[in-house]
Design a protein around this ligand. Structure first.
Ligand SMILES: *[C@@H]1O[C@H](CO)[C@@H](O)[C@H](O)[C@H]1NC(C)=O
Ligand SMILES: [Cu+2]
Length: 144
């Protein structure tokens, strides 16, 4: 192996993790609903999640599994995130992207109207587990 091919192989190996991150697209407010679509995803570290805001005025904010509504401003937990309020009425198709930095579950809801959207079930899960499922998180939200 010549020096050039050793160098180029090394460069490919170094850059591989950056190139290989997958983006998980989430629609927010599809068909005017109080929804995230899909409601659960299973990314790995280095992947990204892109929320696209289609209707109304919503947020994508990390919250607690047991008392989801409303999520606290800024989100909660390690590697919390919060898109802030994004008004798709004036800016349809606006996006917010976050990078996955750990393997923990993250539970996301909308903080609009003091948690009213959240209590309508506007929730989604990133890496939910057998003990902490999207179905149970959804129930916690609508009963919060
Ligand atoms: C979006 O919602 C937030 C929170 O209710 C509000 O403060 C903001 O004014 C809204 N944005 C627009 C453009 O209506
Ligand atoms: Cu909302």
């Amino acid at each position: 192996m010549g020096l050039l091919s050793i160098i180029s192989t090394a460069l490919i190996l170094i850059s591989a993790p950056l190139v290989m991150g997958v983006d998980f697209p989430i629609s927010v407010g599809l068909d005017n609903g109080f929804t995230f679509t899909p409601t659960e995803i299973f990314p790995v570290i280095g992947d990204t999640v892109t929320f696209t805001f289609l209707t109304r005025n919503h947020s994508a904010t990390t919250t607690t599994f047991t008392n989801p509504c409303p999520p606290p401003t800024g989100g909660i937990g390690p590697n919390a995130f919060d898109s802030g309020f994004i008004d798709a009425v004036s800016m349809p198709g606006s996006t917010f992207t976050t990078t996955i930095l750990d393997t923990e579950p993250h539970f996301v809801s909308c903080s609009q109207a003091a948690g009213a959207h959240c209590r309508l079930g506007m929730t989604m899960s990133i890496n939910p587990t057998a003990d902490m499922t999207q179905a149970e998180f959804f129930n916690n939200a609508v009963n919060d």
